[in-house]
Design a protein. Structure first.
Length: 257
């Protein structure tokens, strides 16, 4: 990477739930346009680390920075709310279970945040929704309700909704793990297009093939620490750490079993 300042900078992240230490002094720097995958067994802290980036899971210790702005500032409540709303407009997040509003159409789901948070007019927000739905191949579903969509279509709408805020970085938390296998590829294709457009992305995933083909760097996490990180070619084909090798061997066996 270049010598420029990191775009996302996680410094000595620690997170505990009571006596359970979920993140143990993790530091991670991501450059603008870089695509980073985080892999590892369930309970290793992957999603907690991802959710700390926009302060959905506030850290017990450490700092998160987006460009020159500290995300997890200690502020009085009202100031914090204004601060974090501003931050979250710049960080798109796509969850495992879509989180669409069931009472709103696709159009309503996508236009809500741009109108409320960015002050766009109905016409401006509609135009944005149409553009983003075209990107994810769902222009003909704009007036459907979530209940009328497949899981893959719901997730593509969730991606379009996040992109409508024109974020600087996209976070994907197991975006395909709730989908039937035949629907996974349609979501992966949308994410691949974002990668080709050099969108900064941090992706928690169990899709090793996707991580290998799309990502610049892969982190393997286990028990709250980053055990190993490097280019996909190294992590997947020549991992240096025994824990990484065991995880990949088991993952391969589970998928082939």
């Amino acid at each position: 990477m270049t010598d420029q300042s990191p775009f996302v900078d996680i410094r000595h992240a620690q997170k505990s739930f009571g006596t359970l230490e979920v993140l143990k002094d993790i530091s991670l720097q991501v450059q603008q346009g870089e695509i980073v995958a985080i892999i590892g067994p369930s309970g290793s802290g992957k999603s907690t680390l991802l959710r700390a980036i926009n302060d959905l899971d506030p850290l017990t210790g450490g700092e998160v920075w987006l460009e020159d702005m500290q995300v997890n500032k200690a502020l009085p409540h009202r100031q914090y709310e204004a601060h974090i709303n501003k931050v979250r407009q710049q960080i798109g997040m796509v969850f495992q279970h879509f989180n669409l509003f069931p009472h709103l159409t696709v159009r309503g789901n996508i236009t809500l945040a741009p109108r409320m948070l960015k002050g766009l007019s109905a016409e401006e927000a509609d135009k944005l929704a149409e553009e983003q739905l075209a990107h994810v191949g769902l222009s003909d579903r704009i007036d459907y309700y979530p209940s009328q969509l497949s899981g893959g279509q719901k997730q593509r709408v969730a991606i379009a909704r996040a992109l409508a805020m024109q974020p600087k970085v996209m976070l994907f938390d197991e975006a395909t793990s709730a989908l039937d296998p035949e629907l996974v590829e349609e979501v992966n294709l949308v994410m691949k297009r974002l990668a080709e457009a050099h969108m900064t992305m941090i992706i928690v995933t169990h899709e090793m093939g996707f991580a290998e083909s799309v990502c610049d760097r892969v982190l393997f996490m286990d028990e709250g620490v980053v055990v190993e990180e490097g280019p996909p070619s190294v992590i997947f084909h020549n991992p240096q750490n025994e824990r990484t090798r065991n995880f990949l061997r088991k993952h391969l066996a589970d998928n082939n079993g």
